[in-house]
Design a protein. Structure first.
Length: 174
């Protein structure tokens, strides 16, 4: 192999190692229980809200693991790639995609902060804080209460915490 062929050979995309985790995160967000039992509105907005909620919890789990912390940016890039494709498929023009992605990233960042703060609480204050964060950040169906959603988010957070790093990256969390 010549020097130039080694220099210019295609390199593997490092995001590909996280694609199974991204797919599993989206699968979790699409689970019918979020919408039927937890009161999330089964709308475009509600589904986006659940993707960002699930992704926020996954990213927070990754932040707490030295082996995974550096890879949070790669998982976020997969979110951006997916949202870019979704926006384009829904008819958003090239000139507006960047602005909309910027807003989506601001939304994700705000939600990560809200869930991080809520999960930092202890005992009963944690569920109340998580319900408050969910009420502000998830589109709920008419008259739905945020507490069942907060309970399920805590269950997801516990499952993520119990999953070792390798299984998490494989997307094989329970």
């Amino acid at each position: 192999m010549t020097f130039l062929s080694r220099l210019f050979r295609p390199r593997a995309d490092p995001r590909e190692a996280l694609r199974p985790l991204w797919h599993r995160t989206v699968e979790i967000a699409r689970e019918p229980e979020w919408y039927a039992r937890c009161g999330v509105a089964d709308t475009l907005e509600g589904r986006f809200d659940m993707i960002t909620a699930a992704l926020a919890l996954v990213l927070l789990r990754m932040e707490n693991d030295r082996m995974l912390a550096a890879q949070t940016a790669l998982l976020t890039e997969l979110f951006v790639e997916d949202m870019d494709g979704q926006l384009r498929q829904s008819g958003v023009g090239d000139l507006m995609v960047g602005k909309k992605i910027g807003r989506l990233m601001e939304t994700l960042g705000g939600r990560i902060g809200a869930y991080r703060k809520a999960l930092g609480e202890d005992g009963d204050a944690r569920i109340a804080a998580l319900a408050s964060a969910a009420r502000r950040n998830v589109t709920l169906a008419d008259e739905a209460r945020a507490e069942p959603l907060a309970d399920r988010l805590l269950e997801l957070q516990a499952r993520l915490a119990a999953t070792d790093a390798d299984r998490l990256l494989e997307g094989t969390m329970p």
